[in-house]
Design a protein around this ligand. Structure first.
Ligand SMILES: [Mn+2]
Length: 326
């Protein structure tokens, strides 16, 4: 499994003066944060959360990894609020997804009422449960989901990042399937659009994340745009995450071949056996997909030496086979 296309958009909406949402769209990490607090504290909280999450390293994985990131974000916002009275009481939601391409899983962590959805086989499913007053009232049977949507306290959340010294993160893991389309969003989207309208916008954009993100924001604004609107979309795709080790079949070190008329290839010749799982980890950014490889950036010396030996063996075998050795 690998990450396909991805896109993120944030918009102030039509009623708010400022945008207190923030997002991350840096494969394999995706997140939405919806800040709150007086003055500009909401913006500060959301951006602190995003900055903390962006420090995820290649070793950050799974539910434990996403939880650690969110707990650290909470600590930073809490510390800042203590140190700076102008931001006292600030907080933010966060909904983050961390894709593990080698295992084909998506770990999702969340706090507050930003959401994660999954569109699979044409069916849109809400993956997260809001940490909100109305969600709890629906859970306990006091409100119907329809009543919750119109409730005046529908934006009151019961859990936030940065408002307490510790935070309880809710996590879940999805086993990904090819063509899965994940959507992370702040409450400014579902407040304005029902699930059917969200699914329709995704279909209308033919599931292209960039087009779908724009379509969702436009649709939410058409319905009134009462809040900041942020959407992050990413798709999963068939195939392996790009790695730096070519398969033996791809190993054709022709530049040393005595055989003429073979096409020259610039393929990496590194063929070190994979021992360390971390070497399989491919940074899944667009940049890394379009760049040739990380050739030479890894534990290169031994790999290159082994590759040359492998190349010599292949050349000798080819030469013997073709009967052109002296
Ligand atoms: Mn909001």
């Amino acid at each position: 499994m690998r990450i396909g296309r991805a896109a993120g958009v944030t918009d102030t909406g039509r009623r708010r003066l400022r945008n207190e949402d923030a997002f991350i769209c840096e494969p394999p990490l995706f997140a939405v944060a919806d800040g709150m607090g007086g003055a500009r504290a909401g913006e500060v909280a959301a951006r602190l959360a995003a900055a903390a999450l962006e420090e995820a390293g290649a070793e950050t994985r799974g539910e434990q990894g996403i939880t650690a990131l969110i707990v650290e974000a909470n600590r930073r916002i809490w510390d800042r609020a203590l140190a700076d009275p102008a931001t006292a009481g600030m907080g933010t939601t966060v909904t983050a997804a961390l894709v593990d391409e080698s295992h084909g899983t998506v770990a999702i962590g969340h706090v507050g009422d930003s959401r994660a959805y999954l569109l699979r086989n044409g069916v849109l499913e809400q993956l997260t449960t809001d940490h909100s007053l109305v969600a709890e009232l629906v859970e306990s049977g006091v409100l119907t989901p329809e009543e919750a949507e119109r409730h005046p306290q529908r934006s009151a959340i019961t859990r936030a990042l940065g408002t307490e010294p510790t935070v309880q993160v809710e996590v879940l893991t999805i086993a990904g399937e090819p063509a899965d389309l994940f959507l992370l969003c702040s409450d400014g989207l579902p407040t304005m659009l029902g699930d059917e309208e969200i699914a329709a916008a995704l279909d209308g954009a033919e599931r292209d994340p960039a087009a779908a993100a724009e379509a969702l924001v436009a649709a939410a604004n058409e319905q009134g745009g009462e809040d900041n609107i942020t959407v992050v979309l990413f798709e999963l795709a068939e195939g392996e995450a790009p790695t730096e080790e070519p398969t033996p079949a791809e190993l054709q070190p022709v530049e040393y071949s005595p055989v003429e008329n073979r096409p020259v290839e610039n393929r990496p010749v590194e063929n070190e056996p994979v021992e360390d799982e971390s070497e399989m980890e491919a940074p899944a950014t667009e940049a890394s997909k379009t760049s040739l490889s990380r050739h030479g950036a890894g534990p290169g010396g031994r790999g290159v030496a082994l590759a040359f030996i492998a190349a010599a063996v292949v050349i000798a075998a080819v030469a013997l086979y073709l009967g052109i050795t002296k």
